[in-house]
Write a protein that binds this ligand. Structure first.
Ligand SMILES: Cc1cc2nc3c(=O)[nH]c(=O)nc-3n(C[C@H](O)[C@H](O)[C@H](O)COP(=O)(O)OP(=O)(O)OC[C@H]3O[C@@H](n4cnc5c(N)ncnc54)[C@H](O)[C@@H]3O)c2cc1C
Length: 271
């Protein structure tokens, strides 16, 4: 699924009620919590859905999604407050949102339902790949696993990186608020990060080659589900890297196709 396929005719005007930095001023990573207020009749909003924001910069329009972290009705028909956590990445949309001041008006599209489904079988392996998007797109999936109150038995891997998306394995360290954004997400990720779930992930010197080899082992397991977010260029870079790990392009293509046929491969692409 490509973000350009999303229906953007459903749009609302939101008032920025609050915009506060949640990372320390001295932290090079800037994460902000924005509260957007929407009044009047319209769509119902739920936590875990995403809002779409479009921004034009340098003659090009960019459309990105942001997860609704909290939904709070405002008494006296003050509409609803929707809280988002946004990490400033230097790109057009995160800059635009981080720079909004209370009282500003923002056009939001959607809401869009979360597209990644959690497998019914808790022994399934979950592999999340954030290629050029960080791990934010997987917050809602991790919340679902946490809220289902099961001890997840399968292996869980969250990879992210700027080129293939598997340069780094995400370990959810307490100081890594720039990735998990809020305590609730930290707790949810921590619950999945059991010793059994991520053996060897703290190995010193672990890097791209180890991650590619591990991903190849995982995709050969019929119980693995892969969730990928990135651009078509990221997917092409991952395909090339995985063809190397698999011993050939054909082997990787066959393995990926087998996952897709069983609905074990879900991707969300953007440009
Ligand atoms: C379903 C879904 C839900 C999402 N929810 C959230 C959310 O709640 N909060 C949020 O902040 N983002 C979220 N994202 C990511 C968000 O949509 C954008 O990708 C991100 O804000 C960058 O957009 P941009 O236009 O600012 O920069 P872009 O032009 O897209 O990217 C600029 C640069 O920043 C890099 N980059 C992008 N994201 C990150 C990141 N997280 N960490 C480090 N580098 C990055 C890119 O690789 C690129 O080099 C979500 C994405 C999806 C698909």
């Amino acid at each position: 699924m490509h973000l350009s396929k999303l229906d953007r005719s459903r749009a609302a005007t939101a008032l920025v009620a609050r915009n506060a930095r949640v990372t320390a001023a001295s932290d090079p990573v800037e994460v902000r919590r924005l509260v957007l207020n929407i009044t009047g009749p319209g769509e119902r909003h739920y936590e875990g859905q995403a809002l779409g924001i479009a921004v034009a910069r340098d003659g090009r329009e960019t459309f990105r999604l942001y997860t609704i972290a909290e939904v709070t009705p405002v008494p006296g028909d003050g509409g609803i407050d929707l809280a988002l956590y946004v990490r400033r990445c230097g790109g057009p949309v995160s800059d635009y949102l981080c720079d909004r001041a209370p009282g500003d008006v923002v056009t939001v599209h959607g809401p869009y339902d979360y597209r990644f489904r959690l497998p019914m079988d808790r022994r399934s392996n979950l592999v999340m790949i954030g290629a050029g998007s960080g791990v934010a797109p997987f917050r809602a999936l991790v919340h679902k696993a946490y809220e289902s109150r099961v001890d997840w038995k399968g292996k869980v891997r969250i990879y992210y990186g700027p080129t293939t998306g598997v340069e780094t394995i995400y370990n959810n360290e307490p100081g890594d608020i720039g990735q998990y954004f809020d305590r609730r997400t930290f707790r949810a990720m921590d619950a999945l990060k059991t010793r059994r779930s991520i053996p060897g992930s703290h190995e010193p010197g672990r890097g791209l080659a180890e991650n590619l080899a591990e991903l190849w082992d995982l995709v050969l397991d019929p119980d693995t589900y892969v969730y990928l977010v990135g651009t078509p260029a990221h997917v092409a870079a991952l395909d090339t890297a995985m063809a190397g790990a698999a011993g050939g392009e054909d082997a990787w293509t066959r393995a990926k196709d087998a996952l897709a046929r069983r609905n074990h491969w879900a991707e969300l692409l953007f440009d």
